[in-house]
Ligand binder design. Structure first.
Ligand code: IPE
Ligand code: IPE
Ligand code: MG
Ligand code: MG
Ligand code: MG
Length: 299
């Protein structure tokens, strides 16, 4: 079954709307003793973002008959870690970005200390959510999800990639090194979002391997597209500062090889991703459409 761009947009919007409500229920209130912290956590996660990662968990869960509410809870946890990563990524000590999702970045709306704490607390809340029985009745499945998210977020995933990203500023990395950093800082969390559906569905190893292969291509493509948008995107659509990669000497594939070569790489990754989905046959329509969305997106 082929899912066209309009159909995908509708499906993504429906999941995004539901995720907004899930997050709203799971986040702490903005009044009370630590009200400012709750307010900053809400500011960082509500009312914006494509919600691609939760959508991926829902889409991969659908392959294995997982109930959408369960996939969304896991997706909400991933979105919390993602939101935390953006808040910290924007800090003056990191990318020093002023704009996020079309609004002042968290540390500019609040202050640096609050932004740091909001990120920390979002990460902790993500694991609290995964530990709750509503995610899955079998504690072994929940532990597998917790471990998977921990690995994706930590030193051998997102944080590790962010470290390499910062150390690479102003230095020349090889294509292989740049791709490795992009797979870590962005691909790892996207990979977990995809695999989570298979974990929830207790899918066979072969299906999980295929999904990992798909997610590997998708995650790298996602970051390459992000790097392209930093060069040729429209701030009104991205809602982020333009040109900060070049200004801070970031190591990106676009910076290293240029726009045309980066787009060729996207085409290769597209083929790779579609190939990996072969084993799912006609059920893979949504994931195929997501890949197409990711490489052409303008926000
Ligand atoms: C931005 O992620 C940060 C990267 C990993 C490139 P998204 O483009 O998914 O950001 P939102 O959630 O839609 O704002
Ligand atoms: C950051 O990559 C990825 C994260 C882990 C947050 P970027 O620094 O390119 O993300 P944007 O462009 O600020 O969203
Ligand atoms: Mg960054
Ligand atoms: Mg950044
Ligand atoms: Mg970027």
């Amino acid at each position: 079954v082929t899912i066209g761009p309009e159909d995908l947009k509708r499906r993504m919007a429906a999941v995004a709307e539901a995720i907004e409500l899930d997050l709203d229920r799971l986040l702490p209130p903005s009044d009370g003793a630590a009200g400012r912290l709750g307010e900053a956590m809400r500011y960082a996660t509500l009312g914006g973002g494509k919600r691609l990662r939760p959508f991926l968990t829902v889409a991969s869960g659908e392959l294995f008959g997982v109930d959408e509410a369960a996939s969304r809870r896991v997706g909400a946890a991933v979105e919390m870690v993602h939101g935390y990563s953006l808040v910290h990524d924007d800090l003056p000590a990191m990318d020093d970005a002023e704009l996020r999702r079309g609004r002042p970045s968290c540390h500019r709306r609040f202050d640096e200390a609050t932004a740091i704490l909001a990120g920390d607390a979002l990460q902790a809340l993500a694991f609290e959510v995964l530990a709750a029985p509503a995610v899955h009745p079998d504690p072994a499945v929940r532990v597998e999800l917790i471990r998977g998210l921990a690995v994706a977020a930590g030193a051998s995933g997102m944080c590790g990639g962010q470290m390499i990203d910062l150390e690479a500023e102003g230095r020349d990395l090889s294509v292989g090194e740049v791709e490795r950093l992009e797979r870590l800082k962005t691909g790892a969390l996207i990979g977990f979002a995809c695999e989570a559906g298979a974990i929830l569905g207790q899918a066979p190893d072969a299906a999980r391997a295929a999904l990992r292969d798909f997610a590997g291509a998708l995650g790298l493509a996602f970051q390459i597209r992000d790097d392209l948008l930093d060069v040729e995107g429209d701030v009104a659509l991205t809602g982020k500062d333009q040109g900060i990669d070049a200004a801070s000497g970031k190591a990106t594939l676009v910076g290293l090889l240029g726009v045309a070569a980066a787009k060729n790489r996207l085409d290769e990754l597209h083929e790779r991703a579609i190939g990996a989905l072969g084993t799912f046959g006609s059920k893979s329509g949504v994931l195929r459409a997501i890949m197409e969305f990711v490489i052409h997106r303008s926000s």
